[in-house]
Design a protein around this ligand. Structure first.
Ligand code: NAP
Length: 245
């Protein structure tokens, strides 16, 4: 049987990077995945190594099935089989529906939804073989309540919730748990896309009166992946400072 090996998509920066480091602290060896920022992925990798864990950084666009398959093969060859998948890579952006191009709509779904599909399908054969494993998807509170000018993003994040719940039902008899985290507004590069001032407004609108930290989401992932959560599957854990109650 393999040890604890986690693959976190989109872990060169932001939430994924914090999740990678937290899971390394929890004793996992880590596959860091990135799209373009190899420099940032290497920084995360160095921190993982400094924690005494093994790790590799793999470039792969999660929307591309063959690249995802190659990433899993590299993980298998260099670390072992994946026991924890965190499907985190995602893209966001604002546009009024009439200005949203079909190309942009499709790209949102390709990365945010197809990416989860590809990585889950690649992780499952070994999890099914071992009758254990854990999958955590990263949705968004906007997938639960919808966001003005973010219809494509919100639709992908709602799709992830349906995907998670269905998978949890399907896989429960095999011992594999599938859960979802729906973050609120988390202070990462993703917020750079927002118009000036919106970040402060969102912090004010958050009942706990602050933006979320990437470590807040990493702590939630750590819990859902842990033995303490061994009776929890099919859940959507909002981690949003009280935005959705
Ligand atoms: P971020 O800071 O923009 O980082 C995005 C990460 O995803 C980077 O590591 C990026 O790699 C990677 N990535 C982007 N497209 C990819 C692709 N096609 N294939 C593989 N990797 C890709 O984002 P974040 O704020 O940490 O968000 C992470 C997740 O949390 C996303 O799913 C997002 O929707 C969700 N979320 C975020 C917030 C928030 O307020 N920040 C709230 C709710 C949910 P490179 O570094 O190589 O570009």
């Amino acid at each position: 049987m393999n040890g604890k090996i986690a693959l976190i998509t989109g872990s060169s920066r932001g939430i994924g990077a914090s999740v990678a480091m937290r899971l390394a602290q929890d004793g996992y060896d880590i596959v860091v995945n990135y799209l373009e920022r190899q420099d940032k992925a290497q920084e995360v990798l160095q921190m993982i190594h400094s924690l005494g864990r093994r790790g590799i950084a793999v470039q792969a666009d999660v929307s591309d099935r063959r690249q995802v398959e190659a990433m899993f093969q590299a993980a298998r060859d260099q670390l072992g089989e994946i026991s924890l998948l965190v499907s985190n890579a995602g893209i966001a952006g604002q546009a009024q529906i009439q200005d949203l191009t079909e190309e942009r709509w499709k790209r949102f779904f390709a990365v945010n939804v197809d990416g989860a599909f590809h990585t889950v399908q690649c992780a499952l054969p070994n999890m099914l073989h071992e009758h254990r494993g854990c999958i955590i998807t990263i949705s968004s509170m906007w997938g639960l309540r919808g966001a003005s000018c973010e219809s494509a993003y919100s639709a992908t994040k709602a799709a992830l919730i349906g995907f998670t719940r269905s998978l949890a039902n399907e896989l429960a008899p095999t011992g594999i748990r599938v859960n979802c985290i729906a973050p609120g507004v988390i202070d990462t590069d993703m917020l750079d896309e927002l118009p000036p001032g919106v970040k402060d407004t969102l912090a004010d609108e958050t009942p706990l009166r602050r933006l979320g930290r990437t470590e807040d989401i990493a702590a939630a992932v750590s819990f859902l992946a842990s033995e303490e959560a061994s009776f929890i599957t099919g859940q959507v854990l909002t981690c949003d400072g009280g935005f959705i109650v």
